[in-house]
Write a protein that binds this ligand. Structure first.
Ligand code: NAD
Ligand code: IPM
Ligand code: MN
Length: 352
């Protein structure tokens, strides 16, 4: 029997709470399949670890993770540790170090999920964001000169390599072709006169290889407006690291909230482990209360099943999430219910 080795990084705040439910779901899917199993190895990395050891992960953390089939992550961040340290030294180091250059984030209004938009049909919100996940505005290039002096200067560079842009745009075209969906590139060439003009030209260039894919280009400001006013315009969306970060929180807001938004950080070549996580953070405001919504985390577990080649099981998990939502008797407070994180996990298992 095939065994998938999963590195579990629960992290901070609600991370451990939601991940525990995702793990129960994964275990159940393995039992249902009968032909594979999971072995979970927990890593205690995060802000508590930082306070004890002065680092967010073990010194050889990346070597330890490298041999796993996937990483399942909860959330990182605690008010007691500066965010740029906690995120850069754990989450971002994994995304970059393992070249997880595709951040796949579904924005789909599941049956039973609440939507704040009026006059929008459920089927109108059904997109997949392909967010560039390795460079762009998150390259970490820049400098901080004359710190604390009157002539202090801060420079944060965006890095858009031909290699990096081509591979993410090509991935999005392949996905659009496979799923017979339209592809929209979201950029900002009118103001970002180097990076986004370059991005737009590569989108056009690669588009010539995919005459069968209907394409659109949209400026990011207009895209955020259309996501609210006319979300059915968008099917597959490809965009830069920062724009993808922001637009997918907006996507969460129109498709049930942060508690329902999942993401996969993929290294499509499978040279390194890919990482699956809810897109929300550690939610310090509700951490420790047992009321965090585990559905985003469970959805990302379904993305893991897809990536391992079990799309039918992945679909069953989504169906179970949908059944839990339409049932409506067992939901966490963010969805208007009074159930606990664990109860919702149990409900999903019941439907599964
Ligand atoms: P957040 O996503 O943690 O919280 C935003 C709001 O959404 C909060 O009101 C929170 O209670 C709610 N929320 C989020 N997830 C929820 C869930 N599963 N169920 C119910 N409600 C949920 O974003 P933030 O407050 O901006 O960030 C908090 C910390 O998390 C910061 O340190 C930030 O840097 C970090 N962060 C980490 C990740 C990650 O690890 N992937 C992502 C985003 C933010
Ligand atoms: C996300 C998060 C991260 C990002 C942060 C925590 C660095 O907001 O996964 O959406 O910006 O990518
Ligand atoms: Mn984000």
């Amino acid at each position: 029997m095939k065994t998938f080795q999963i590195a579990v990084i629960p992290g901070d705040g609600i991370g451990p709470e939601v991940l525990a439910e995702g793990i129960r779901v994964l275990e159940r899917t393995a039992a249902l399949s009968g032909d594979f199993q999971f072995q979970f190895t927990h890593f205690p990395w995060g802000c508590a670890y930082y306070k004890q050891y002065g680092r967010m992960m073990a010194e050889d953390g990346m070597e330890q993770l490298a041999s796993f089939d996937a990483i399942y992550l909860g959330a990182v961040g605690d008010p007691s540790v500066p965010d740029h340290i906690s995120l850069w030294d754990l989450l971002l180091v994994i995304r970059k170090g393992f070249d997880q250059y595709v951040n796949l984030r579904p924005v789909k209004l599941l049956k039973g999920a609440p939507c704040p938009l009026k006059d929008v049909a459920r089927e109108d919100i059904d997109m997949v964001f392909v967010r560039e996940n390795s460079e762009g505005e998150y390259a970490g290039a820049g400098s901080w000169l004359y710190k604390g002096k009157p002539n202090e200067v801060v420079i944060q560079d965006g890095v858009f390599s031909r290699f990096g842009c081509e591979r993410i745009i090509r991935y999005a075209f392949e996905l659009a072709r496979k799923e017979k969906k339209t592809l929209t590139s979201v950029s900002k060439g009118n103001a970002l006169n180097y990076s986004m003009v370059f991005w737009d030209s590569i989108f056009q260039e690669i588009g010539r290889e995919y005459p069968d894919v209907e394409t659109h280009s949209c400026l990011v400001d207009a895209a955020s407006m259309f996501m609210v006013r006319d979300p059915k315009r968008f099917q597959i969306v490809v965009t830069s690291n920062l724009f993808g970060d922001i637009l997918t929180d907006l996507g969460a807001a129109i498709s049930g909230g942060m508690g329902l938004a999942a993401g996969a950080n993929l290294n499509p070549e499978r040279k390194y482990p890919s990482m699956f996580e809810p897109i929300h953070g550690s939610a310090p405001d509700i951490a420790g209360k047992g009321i965090a919504n585990p559905l985003a985390s469970i959805w990302s577990a379904s993305q893991m099943l897809d990536f391992f080649g079990y799309p039918n099981l992945g679909k069953r998990v989504i169906d179970a999430i949908e059944a839990t939502l339409t049932d409506g008797t067992c939901l966490t407070p963010d969805l208007g219910g009074t159930a606990s994180t664990h109860d919702v996990g149990s409900k999903v298992l019941e439907y599964l």
